[in-house]
Design a protein around this ligand. Structure first.
Ligand code: ATP
Ligand code: MG
Length: 505
């Protein structure tokens, strides 16, 4: 910002103080002049009085002698004196006239001074008359200016000196400390470091600067604390980010592990289910081998009877039918398991029938409850056509199934778990999973979808099941899920899922 001269504090100071100084000096000079004028006038008057008294003394003898000639001469000599304009002699004697010398007039500045003429003889005083003079009591400007001029010069010198001294005093008491403060502020703006002002006086500015220094120190301390706090916060943020990353990593691993675990139970299921038809097939195959061996021996010995051959063919027919049925059965089971396994291990979108998918997934889960008292039901029409992620829907069903078995039916003699599907409208389908197990109290229910919330910590529970259910439903499938429960009466999960999953995934 450009700094104008008129903005400077020194200028402002002079602007206020100079007129005051100037007018004071002028008034001082005026008073002095008028005093001088009065003194000069008084001196003149005094002089005039002396003059008229002297004249009266001088005229005493001629007036006594009645010598008008002498009186006139004395009066003329007096009139010659510069400032006397007129001399009048009035004698008490009637025979002597009034004698006038000079021009007598009434005018401005002209004053009349009189003195009696007293003749003293043998101790007796007698007034013989009166003499008057007129004198101009005007000012003699030259004389006065001669007196006043040095005073004016002195006043000017005094004025200049006062201004200079005031400026110097102003500079050392006000401008200098201000310049120090200003330097300190500029230094802070340029470098960011706070330099206290080195100025120690006990006046108001000194105290102000002391306050300024204290506030600088305080600011520095606060700034340091802020810097430390910022640094700590930054570190805390970094640590939190690291922890979050680790947590995300752990969550990923756990989700992966969960996937693998459900695949493991799928494999166990398939092994269990395929075991029976394969065992049957093996028994039939062994029977066929034995029967074929027997008939081969008969053929080698040439003792093959027609009835034996017919019997062999009959039992072969029967065996191959049973074998075929069992192998079909096994192949069928493998196909079903395979679909679920493929769905669950991949994140593939495809078209499917919701009810059929529910059946397929439950089919892979049945082996776990085959010999238990729990009743698993699937309700809902076929033909709810979806274009979504069957593997993830399967994961949701499996997790809820496992939860009911592990938590809901824990320690229960019987239990009912129902999965019902429904088409709500052209866009939405619903899936309701409801059990009549032990349920959850409200304070636990609030945390059910939180990651790592489990009541089975250290007993195989990771607390990721329902969190995964929530995340898959709301993000990948584009739906919503709500949970409700009455303690002792069971738990219900209500899903609303779009028939067409959002395309962003
Ligand atoms: N059907 C249910 N009945 C009663 N409680 C349930 C039911 N489902 C879940 N819970 C409660 O909710 C908690 C959280 O379930 P979640 O599936 O998230 O974790 P988890 O089953 O304990 O562990 P994980 O599923 O990761 O192996 C469970 O620990 C359990 O206390
Ligand atoms: Mg679970």
């Amino acid at each position: 910002m450009e700094k104008k001269m008129t903005d400077s504090i020194r200028y402002q100071f002079l602007l206020r103080i100079l007129p005051a100084f100037f007018f004071t000096s002028v008034i001082f000079l005026l008073i002095l002049t008028s005093f001088e004028l009065n003194t000069a006038k008084e001196a003149k008057r005094e002089l005039a009085k002396q003059k008229v008294e002297n004249l009266a003394l001088l005229l005493t003898e001629p007036v006594w002698q009645l010598s008008n000639t002498l009186s006139s001469n004395i009066m003329s000599a007096t009139i010659e004196a510069h400032e006397v304009t007129c001399v009048v002699l009035e004698q008490d004697s009637e025979i002597t006239p009034i004698i006038r010398k000079g021009v007598c007039k009434e005018a401005d500045g002209v004053e009349t001074f009189s003195s009696p003429i007293i003749y003293t003889n043998q101790g007796r005083a007698r007034q013989l008359g009166k003499v008057s003079i007129q004198m101009s009591i005007t000012n003699d400007w030259k004389a006065i200016s001669r007196k006043i001029l040095p005073l004016i010069i002195l006043s000017v010198i005094l004025f200049v000196l006062t201004v200079v001294i005031s400026l110097l005093a102003f500079r050392s008491t006000i401008l200098a400390p201000l310049a120090h403060v200003s330097y300190s502020l500029r230094h802070y703006q340029k470098t960011g470091t706070r330099n206290p002002v080195d100025w120690k006086t006990n006046d108001e500015l000194g105290l102000l600067i002391q306050e300024y220094n204290n506030s600088l120190q305080h600011q520095q301390q606060t700034e340091n604390q802020l810097e430390t706090a910022k640094h700590d916060a930054e570190k805390a943020r970094h640590d939190a980010e690291m922890a979050l990353n680790n947590l995300k990593q752990a969550q990923k691993s756990l989700v992966q592990a969960e996937k693998m675990a459900s695949l493991g139970s799928l494999v166990a299921g398939i092994a269990h289910e395929v075991n029976t038809p394969l065992g049957n097939s093996l028994t039939i195959a062994t029977t066929i081998t034995e029967a074929t061996k027997d008939i081969s021996k008969d053929i080698e010995a040439g003792a093959l009877r027609k009835s034996v051959l017919e019997n062999y063919i009959h039992s072969m027919n029967e065996a191959s039918t049973i074998l075929e049925r069992n192998l079909h059965n096994a192949a069928d089971q493998i196909r079903k398991f395979k679909q679920v396994a493929v769905d669950q291990t991949s994140e593939k979108r495809r078209k499917f029938d919701l009810r059929l998918l529910l059946d397929e997934v439950l089919y892979t889960l049945y082996p776990q409850v085959k010999h238990s008292p729990y009743d698993i039901k699937a309700i809902g029409p076929e033909g709810i056509l979806m274009n979504s992620y069957p593997g993830q829907l399967g994961q949701i069903i499996t997790n809820c199934f496992n939860n009911t078995i592990l938590h809901g039916f824990e320690g229960k003699e019987s239990g009912e778990l129902t999965f019902s599907v429904n088409q709500l409208d052209d866009e939405w389908a619903s899936l309701i999973i409801e059990d009549n197990g032990c349920g959850m109290p409200p304070e636990e229910l609030k945390k059910a979808f939180d990651p790592f919330y489990t009541t089975k910590l250290g007993q195989g529970g990771s607390g990721l099941g329902l969190n995964l259910v929530y995340n898959l439903t709301t993000s990948l499938l584009g739906g919503s899920v709500s949970i409700s429960s009455v303690v002792g009466q069971g738990l219900k999960l209500t899903f609303k899922i779009p028939l067409n999953a959002p395309s962003s995934h």
